[in-house]
Structures are given as structure tokens and as C-alpha cells.
Design a protein around this ligand. Structure first.
Ligand code: HH2
Length: 299
């Protein structure tokens, strides 16, 4: 029996900017990745040009993306940091143009409060902060004032240090404790609980075993009553398991996405939206059938 789907948090509780609700409905949401970068681990350089980034975002939308996540600074291990002005110059025109053309929520993947503010002003409604409000002291108040949704992601260390020697006593308990602490900080700054999404940060300061255990025990992280976002797409842990470069990790990604859905993930952050939207639909349908079957059996 799956322990997961029945314990999953309803996405109906996720309220984002300007009173606009993001709801899961029948299935978890697919967040399409748009990297306006030159050095992202998979697609660096492909969408650095803003016209290309916009065209790619529209393509992801047509493939079924429920949310678009636009980022201009890679957070892969050892990534070089991008100057604030450069990040602003890359991300804002793309978000502004997308906000004019599309209605799905736009998320900005940044740790800098000025970039977040400019992105929100340009039409984004979610801040995806891989530092969970630790990277910039003004970030919490920018999010709070705007009423934006916020993704609080777990990371041990920083992208520059995180894979040197990740160490945990008990990884799931430590991530859960981190979530509690970051939620407290966010809410003390005035961010509504309803606007928070939590993310275990797959690949961020974690060895293979840590990533696998977090994914396997995802239902334990749903206890804080907030939706879980999971980003596994083409990541190194999949490469470690299948022995393939990022270019050839779509099947491994599909397996991880399906199992994350089964274990209660409510938002899946992926590069291959068309493919993974199908995976999410099938995994969610099987999970839903299992719950109704159990109910019928129990009745
Ligand atoms: N992973 C990446 C970037 N941002 N945000 C959240 N919330 N969760 C993640 O797992 C996550 C994230 C890394 O993936 P990608 O954007 O494809 O690569 P890069 O950081 O090299 O641009």
C-alpha cells in the first residue's frame, strides 16, 4: 500500500499573490524550468537570449506547464555568482513579456531581494528562493509586502560549498526541523502560512543516499501542512544511478517524478514539461484510484 497519496497536503491551501489561488485540482502541478543562464547544468546557454527564453517558456506552456519558473543564476555545484545588475537584466524583460502574454503564475528563481522585487513588479507572483530567505536579509519583507507565494528550499551550505562534504545525523529529521525554523522566520516577517511551499532541495548539499532517503520518506515532510515542491529533473543523483550525462536522464527523471507524486509531492519542477506532465497524470491517477479502492473496500 502506498503511504503517500492519502497523506498529501491539498494544494487548494496554496494562495499566491494578489489574492490569486493556485490549486492542484486532480493532479499535482508541473513547474516548467526556464534558465536564462549561460552555465546551468543541463541547458546553460540555450536560453540566455531573452527572445529564446520567451519562446521556450511559451513552448513549455503549450506542453502543459502550470507554473513557469524563470531563473538567471545557476545554483549547480560551483556555479559562479551572477551580479545583481546582470540577473535583473536577464530575468526582468523575460518575465515582463511573459506576464503580458500568459496567465499561468510566473515564479522567479532568485536569492536576491532586489531581483525578486523587480520580478514581482514585472508580473511574477511566486518567489522561488533556494536559500529559504537566508541569502538576503530583505527577502522576507519583499515577499511579505507583495503577498507573493514563496518556495522555501532546504540546502546545506551554499552552491559553492554544498557538495564538498554533506553531513547529516538524520537527514529527514534535519530537513523537517529546517522547514519549521524557516516557516517561523517567514511568518514572523509577515508571510502568510498559506503562501508557503516547502522543498527538500534534492541535490543541494546531499549525497546520493540523502537524496534517495528524502524522496522515499517525503510523506514525513508533509506533516507541516504545506505543499511540497520537488526538483529532481535530470539531476546528478539520477546520473549516479544510471550512469548517463544530463542529456540522457529523462527516463530516470520520469521514475523519480512518478514516485515523488506517489509520495505526496504537489509541485514538480522539471525541464521536460510535455513528458513529465504525462508522468504526473498517470502517477496521480493511480494514486487516486488506490485511495477510492481503499475507501470502497473499507466501506
Ligand atoms: N533546482 C535547481 C534550481 N532551482 N529550485 C527549487 N525550488 N528546487 C530545486 O530543486 C531547484 C531549484 C537546479 O536545477 P536547474 O535550474 O535546472 O539548474 P541550474 O541551477 O544549474 O540552473
Amino acid at each position: 500500500m502506498s503511504t503517500s497519496s492519502s497523506q498529501a497536503v491539498s494544494c487548494k491551501t496554496w494562495l499566491v499573490a494578489k489574492g490569486r489561488e493556485v490549486t492542484c485540482g486532480e493532479r499535482p502541478l508541473v513547474m516548467g524550468i526556464v534558465n536564462v543562464t549561460d552555465d546551468s547544468f543541463y541547458d546553460g546557454g540555450r536560453y540566455l537570449d531573452s527572445e529564446r527564453a520567451i519562446a521556450h517558456a511559451i513552448e513549455l506552456l503549450e506542453q502543459g506547464a502550470d507554473i513557469l519558473d524563470i531563473g538567471a543564476e545557476s545554483s549547480r555545484p560551483d556555479a559562479h555568482s551572477v551580479k545583481e545588475e546582470d540577473e535583473l537584466g536577464r530575468v526582468v524583460p523575460v518575465i515582463a513579456e511573459l506576464a503580458r502574454r500568459i496567465t499561468v503564475p510566473i515564479s522567479v528563481d532568485t536569492t536576491k531581494s532586489r531581483v525578486a522585487q523587480a520580478a514581482l513588479d514585472a508580473g511574477a507572483s511566486i518567489v522561488n528562493d533556494v536559500s529559504a530567505l537566508r541569502g538576503d536579509t530583505a527577502m522576507a519583507s519583499v515577499v511579505a509586502r507583495s503577498g507573493a507565494g514563496v518556495v522555501l528550499m532546504h540546502m546545506q551550505g551554499t552552491p559553492q560549498t554544498m557538495q564538498a562534504a554533506p553531513t547529516y545525523g538524520e537527514v529527514v529529521a534535519e530537513v523537517a526541523q529546517f522547514f519549521k525554523e524557516r516557516m517561523r522566520v517567514a511568518m514572523e516577517a509577515g508571510i502568510a502560512q498559506m503562501n508557503i511551499v516547502l522543498d527538500p532541495g534534492i541535490g543541494f548539499g546531499k549525497l546520493l543516499g540523502h537524496n534517495l532517503e528524502l524522496l522515499n520518506r517525503l510523506p514525513e515532510l508533509a506533516m507541516l501542512d504545506r505543499p511540497l515542491l520537488v526538483g529532481v529533473s535530470r539531476k546528478a543523483f539520477i546520473g549516479q544511478l544510471v550512469g548517463r550525462s544530463a542529456e540522457y536522464r529523462e527516463w530516470g527523471t520520469a521514475a523519480a517524478v512518478a514516485l515523488a507524486v506517489d509520495r505526496g509531492a504537489r509541485v514538480l519542477r522539471v525541464h521536460d514539461v510535455g513528458m513529465m506532465a504525462d508522468v504526473v497524470k498517470v502517477a496521480a491517477a493511480i494514486g487516486a484510484a488506490a485511495s477510492s479502492g481503499r475507501k470502497a473496500h473499507d466501506a
